[in-house]
Write a new protein. Sequence first.
Length: 158
Amino acid sequence: MARGINKVILIGYLGNDPETRYTQQGGAITNLSVATDESYKDKNTGQIVPKTEWHRVVLFGRLAEIAKEYLKKGSKVYLEGRLQTQKWQDKATGQDRYSTGIVANELQMLDGKPDGQQGGYQAQPQQHAPQAQPHRQPSPQPAGMGNGPDDFDDYIPF
């Protein structure tokens, strides 16, 4: 029997500069807020109505460092990853709360570089430290988080 597929592909614009922090072990974690735009035709007025959807994206390891260094508010990006939901208890009410975001394992900057080339990077699972590789190379399927050392397994900052 086939396993399920959890894959997200986004092309959008950063709503803010990337926010990067580091774990106690020194691993980078970068959060992005990415906007995608759609539009629909209003049945009553016949006018086209724009709709913006905001997505929370997290990157780990070398991919997080690349985003921190090269991206800024307004940057156009292509991202691939998977949805992940976190559960926690609200301290004030004790109720369970949930948050879903995207754990990205591939990033391509669509704005281009000063030399006119575009850069694509993928997270590569490694024992010690993740490496970013050019988009043209095939990416192995990550296991678990697949985006960095074990210290990332329980820390998805959505």
